[in-house]
Write a protein that binds this ligand. Sequence first.
Ligand code: SF4
Length: 359
Amino acid sequence: MKRRMSREIRLGQSLIGGGRMPVIQTMITTPLADTGTALAEANRALDMGCRIVRTAVRSEADLPALGQLTKDFKGDLIADIHFDHRLALAAIAAGVAGVRFNPGNIGGKERVKLIVEAARTRPDLALRIGVNAGSLEKDILEKHGGPTADALVESTRRWVEYLEHDLKYHNFKLSVKSHSVPETVAACQTLAAFTDAPFHVGITEAGGGFGGRIKSAAGIAILFYEGLADTFRVSLTGPVEDEIVTGMHILKACGLLDAGGEIVSCPTCGRTHGTLFRYYDKLEKFFDESRWWLRPRLTVALMGCEVNGPGEAKEADLGVALGNGSALYFEKGQLVQKFTDQDAAFNHLLSRIRSVWGM
Ligand code: SF4
């Protein structure tokens, strides 16, 4: 896996970049007007291990609630601003950890300069220049014939040069996002040659459900392996919980989560003893409810027959291989117990997981 040595920046209590592992973030969906619910949603993300949380600030009417959330939320809050630079200035004054804005729709260089000058007064605050395919400048869209990777790069470079060279401001990260995995990856690869600013990555408007998770995983995993991700968000049409769990799965699958549980389960075939499906569903539910990504490292195997089952179960920390009306239970490669009751074997597995995880 490659590692891009981006420059280190501070976002509230979080340090980002400098070769660190990618940091997960999410965005709450509750409007700020419903302040109590917004705080509860942000706190659910924090409890799940996601401390960087973004919220949309839509108008001046949101500012009192933003101030309240900034005080009450113990993670790092980012204000998401479009169109009105005065909202960014007010958010900075309110004490947020970060401001994300799109320079292309904020009203020109002078207004961007005002935001940067305000951000300079807060060394613990980071800006994010967020360039999206859906809101590129008109002249760039005309030149490139649409929101291509080159168009994304040109827009982003414009603003990076302005901040880094003209304004001499460096405590910012960049995001260039499109709903296309190839365009997003190509844009990030090209930009990496021009700046050492940290990258926030993700596949925007990826959708929801199975498709949204797969698309996000495909794009984010490539960006991880290219070393181009300093922070990331799985942008799903769904609740923050889905974004965070999916993000943890991507980190784990890419070998970037040095903790947590992992299920090894056979792909099933004509030899599979039917009970495996039922046990797998229960095990996955148990893992998610236990917040497997916050637990000590543990590999659990659940195998469907006598052919590959014992071999895989032996490789895991804990494992069960089903037989015909029976089951073998393994720990650290050793056969520990033979069960004639498969439910008993599965329940024993769950109780051993609870014990190892201190539940
Ligand atoms: S472990 Fe057994 S049941 Fe599972 S896929 Fe392999 S052969 Fe089939």
